[in-house]
Design a protein around this ligand. Structure first.
Ligand code: F6P
Length: 358
């Protein structure tokens, strides 16, 4: 067997742990492994490198991905500059299929989020033997209880909140912390609870700024003259819209961001309190993975190689406790996993007095 491995979409802690486990497991079967560089772009331009056990030695604790990645190389909507300088999206998936055969690959392990896994499913439908591994700090992929990288991102968020508490208290300020997560509030809720946030705004619960201000006033009445507000980048006001950083570009998803500033300005206007904004941004994507993510990444990587060995393609490895199992990729892609409104996670947060701005 000769298998390819690629990492697509945004990077994420523990990608290297996954690559390492898949390569070591494959090597144990006596297979050749080819690393495909920069996601599907490596299949478009045939950029590869051999991946033996020596190449994955010493990478377990490293953030990022040794293979490189991109979120602008969807072969079904590939950004292409045409005459006049305009960038348009073109379907070049047939080229990718041909390159896969040219590289004499028997199977592909695609490590990525919903974008990468969606491409993997479409290539599978075109005949490519593909196995998926769910990666994202956003934790918004269905079929698996958790994605690797999420735990590390939440820890980064929690660490930031721990640090911001003291300065917020010293200056009697409201500090608004904008976290990532796209259209899911998992990072905001978990880092907010762990970091003692007073108010958490998530895409699943459109917020009312008057209610956010009320949570600040409630703390003032308790003699707490500072507040920490965590805002998910995809949160939006009741009757309002998600905030985007810039217009949509061909071949890539539109970037979210900026809602933290809006919420902070409104809090100052409504409460008269001084506010500051911290946008955690890509800090949440970097750094050494937590123990949990290293273990989960290792389990996912090894399980993916076992799926290939069994010839179970069109599937994604998934944590369905207590074990890592597999699910059909097409089932996973049908619906984004968001924070359930009736979850005990939200209920418990509300029970201890956290406001969701509703
Ligand atoms: O999906 C992971 C993620 O980090 C999101 O939370 C965020 O919106 C996005 O990627 C940022 O992507 P980029 O790498 O394009 O800035």
């Amino acid at each position: 067997m000769r298998i390819g491995i690629l990492t697509g979409g945004g990077d994420c802690p523990a990608l290297n742990a996954v690559i390492r486990a898949a390569v070591k497991t494959a090597a144990g079967y006596g297979w050749d492994v080819v690393g495909i560089e920069e996601g599907f772009d490596g299949l478009v331009h045939c950029r590869t490198r051999p991946l033996g056990t020596a190449n994955v030695s010493g990478i377990l604790h490293l953030g990022g991905t040794i293979l490189g990645t991109t979120n602008a190389a969807n072969p079904f909507a590939y950004p292409t500059v045409i005459a006049g300088g305009e960038t348009v999206e073109r379907d070049i998936s047939d080229t990718v299929m041909a390159n896969f055969r040219k590289m004499e690959l028997d199977a592909l392990i695609a490590i990525g989020g919903d974008g990468t896994l969606g491409i993997a499913q479409k290539l599978y439908e075109k005949g490519m033997p593909v196995v998926g591994i769910p990666k994202t700090i956003d934790n918004d992929i269905g079929g698996t209880v958790i994605t690797f990288g999420f735990d590390t991102a939440v820890n980064t968020g929690r660490d930031a909140l721990d640090k911001l508490h003291t300065t917020a208290e010293s200056h009697r300020r409201v500090i608004v912390v904008e976290v990532m997560g796209r259209n899911a509030g998992w990072i905001a809720v978990n880092s907010g609870i762990a970091g003692g946030a007073d108010c958490i705004l998530i895409p699943e619960i459109p917020y009312d700024l008057e209610k956010v201000a009320e949570s600040v006033f409630a703390r003032e009445r308790q003699g707490k003259h500072f507040s920490i507000v965590v805002v998910a980048e995809g949160a939006f006001p009741k009757g309002g819209f998600i905030t985007h950083r810039d217009p949509k570009q061909a071949g890539r998803e539109q970037r979210l961001g900026g809602v933290g500033e809006q919420v902070a300005e409104a809090i100052t206007a409504l409460t008269g309190k001084e506010t500051r904004v911290v946008v955690l941004g890509h800090l949440q994507r970097g750094g050494p993975p937590t123990t949990f993510d290293r273990v989960l990444g290792t389990r996912f990587g090894a399980a993916a190689a076992r799926l290939v060995r069994k010839g179970e393609y069109g599937r994604m490895v998934a944590l369905i406790p207590p074990d890592v199992e597999s699910v059909l990729l097409k089932d996973v892609l049908a619906k984004r996993k968001t924070v359930p409104l009736d979850s005990d996670l939200l209920l418990s947060a509300r029970d201890i007095g956290i406001s969701f701005g509703d």
